[in-house]
Write a protein that binds this ligand. Structure first.
Ligand SMILES: O=P(O)(O)O[C@H]1O[C@H](CO)[C@@H](O)[C@H]1O
Ligand SMILES: O=c1cc[nH]c(=O)[nH]1
Length: 235
């Protein structure tokens, strides 16, 4: 048991999928897993454990932003023994190479959050994915013939940012492809705690054109990302 996840120690698998939206956690559990049990409902941040093709896996909603994400990732690792964490999220594209509904396999995360400044001071740490998971995700995405790219994500503290245009320009100048709000914390914690981590992000909107995936289409595009995540983890 931990403060924000109230579950038996053994009720969470060592491999955990992490969507921001707890309803996406429920969708993944209902669509992909068998023998599912719901282990958490504290604060509506649903968590489930079940089996995918015989492999035990959990899926835990994390909320939006690094502070919320960090609470769930810390507790999953420290109190429940999570060893492989894969974020299955959404992002806004900032690159012509990454279209609506494509998937970004995030190799590293830029960040404007104060969390790593408070950890590392002026040392500019580079939060990166686990190479092995990244490499497997790349192979599976290529074999699936889906639209995807491997590149950096900018993890921002602010969805509505008065300096958003300026930050977008900086991100684009260094080839960073998309924006989310959690990956920097996932990759940092994974390195600090010696576990494996990867982020896959479906492009839900474009910072270039203002287009958005409509809610009906969202589910099927999320499914392509979850397929890649599960194949990456278990085959
Ligand atoms: O769809 P999720 O996984 O929540 O990810 C993205 O969506 C939220 C913003 O709308 C942020 O959490 C961002 O990272
Ligand atoms: O963090 C996010 C996620 C999706 N789209 C955005 O513009 N930002």
């Amino acid at each position: 048991m931990s403060i924000h996840i109230v579950a038996d120690t053994k009720s969470i698998a060592p491999t955990v999928l992490l969507p921001g939206d707890p309803l996406r956690a429920r969708h993944i559990a209902q669509t992909y897993l068998t023998d599912v049990t719901q282990y958490n409902e504290i604060r509506g941040m649903f968590g489930y454990t079940g089996y995918w093709q015989g492999h035990r896996v959990s899926v835990q909603g994390t909320g939006m932003g690094m502070p919320s994400f960090s609470i769930y990732a810390n507790e999953l690792i420290d109190s429940y023994g999570a060893k492989r964490l894969v974020r299955v999220g959404t992002c806004g594209t900032m690159s012509e190479k990454l279209k609506l509904k494509d998937i970004l396999i995030a190799q590293a995360a830029d960040c404007d959050s104060a969390m790593n400044t408070s950890r590392f001071g002026s040392y500019q740490y580079a939060p990166t994915a686990s190479f092995e998971l990244l490499h497997r995700a790349y192979e599976h995405a290529k074999a699936a013939g889906i639209g995807f790219a491997v590149g950096n994500v900018f993890t921002s503290d602010q969805f509505y940012d008065m300096h958003g245009d300026q930050k977008k320009q900086i991100a684009q100048s260094v080839g960073t492809m998309a924006i989310d709000m959690e990956t920097c914390e996932l990759y940092t914690l994974a390195h600090l705690k010696g576990v494996e981590a990867l982020t896959l992000l479906t492009v839900s909107d474009s910072l270039l054109t203002g287009e958005q995936v409509n809610p009906k289409e969202r589910q099927s595009t999320f499914n392509a990302m979850v397929d890649i995540a599960l194949l990456t983890l278990f085959s």
